[in-house]
Design a protein around this ligand. Structure first.
Ligand SMILES: [Fe+2]
Ligand SMILES: [Fe+2]
Length: 268
């Protein structure tokens, strides 16, 4: 069993209350995951002080941390040249210059991809190069394969057209071909688990620590523990109650027959 703490949309610069970050770190530590995956929007406006806080956060975990940028980690609109020239330059300078990190755990490989860019206000973009990276990265990997990307890759509840990454369906097709079980994303600030038409499960974490919740999760802060054994994906949602994070829902989903083997469908 491989267990991943899936955290998203931390948004340093819009943290809700003083204790929430420490409570998150404490709960993640107590869950003893094999790794942490952070699916973007570390900052609110990509300011240096926000990145400094994000750096300290990323380095506070005692297990490996995979992190990808989100649209809020791109230079803000008043730096148009930087947005277009090196959109996540500050992320690369402060957090990591590897924008497609591959983590090889004993039983699972986890690949991060960057969907953030500077050409729109908040939209995401993935291209044929992202699909090629998926195909190349997972060659020879174990059965359990996970992708981490900030933006939703397909239309789904609570996602406007602008929220969905341009090119997402192409990337999902490549992910299915490469037998990716699950895609971990954020951006929506709404918790939901959705089966894609292509096969991989789309697991969306809410905002872990910010005051920017939306829709049914408008006032919520949460993160997920995602457990994978090759046949099922168990998603535990852990919410902040003002003092600590704790389990509020556990959903068990089968790995899709489209990406794994015949005879296994979606389950609860
Ligand atoms: Fe966000
Ligand atoms: Fe976002």
């Amino acid at each position: 069993m491989t267990r991943i703490a899936h955290i998203s949309d931390v948004h340093f610069g819009r943290i809700k209350g003083k204790g929430v970050v420490d409570a998150l770190l404490k709960d993640v530590h107590a869950q003893e995951p094999d790794m942490v995956a952070i699916s973007g929007d570390l900052t609110q406006r990509a300011y240096s002080w926000q990145y400094k806080a994000a750096f300290e956060f990323v380095n506070a975990f005692q297990v490996p941390v995979l992190v990808v940028p989100g649209n809020h980690d791109v230079w803000p609109m008043w730096w148009p040249a930087r947005r277009l020239g090196r959109p996540v330059g500050r992320f690369e300078d402060v957090i990591t210059d590897d924008l497609s990190p591959l983590f090889k755990l004993p039983k699972a490989w986890v690949l991060g991809l960057n969907s953030a860019h500077g050409k729109t206000v908040k939209g995401g973009l993935v291209t044929a190069a992202h699909s090629e990276r998926v195909r190349e990265a997972f060659k020879g990997g174990p059965d359990i394969r996970v992708l981490v990307v900030h933006h939703p890759l397909a239309p789904m509840p609570h996602a406007s057209k602008a929220d969905v990454a341009v090119g997402g369906r192409g990337l999902l097709a490549a992910a299915a071909e490469s037998r990716v079980h699950v895609v971990l994303s954020g951006h929506l600030h709404v918790v939901q688990n959705v089966r894609s038409d292509e096969g991989p499960l789309l697991v969306h974490a809410g905002t872990a620590t910010s005051s920017r919740g939306r829709g049914p999760d408008k006032t919520a802060n949460s993160y997920n523990i995602v457990a994978l054994d090759g046949e099922s994906v168990v998603v535990e949602r852990r919410d902040y109650d003002g003092l600590e994070f704790g389990l509020v829902r556990r959903e068990t989903l089968a790995v899709s027959p489209n990406v794994m083997r015949p005879g296994i469908g979606i389950g609860m």
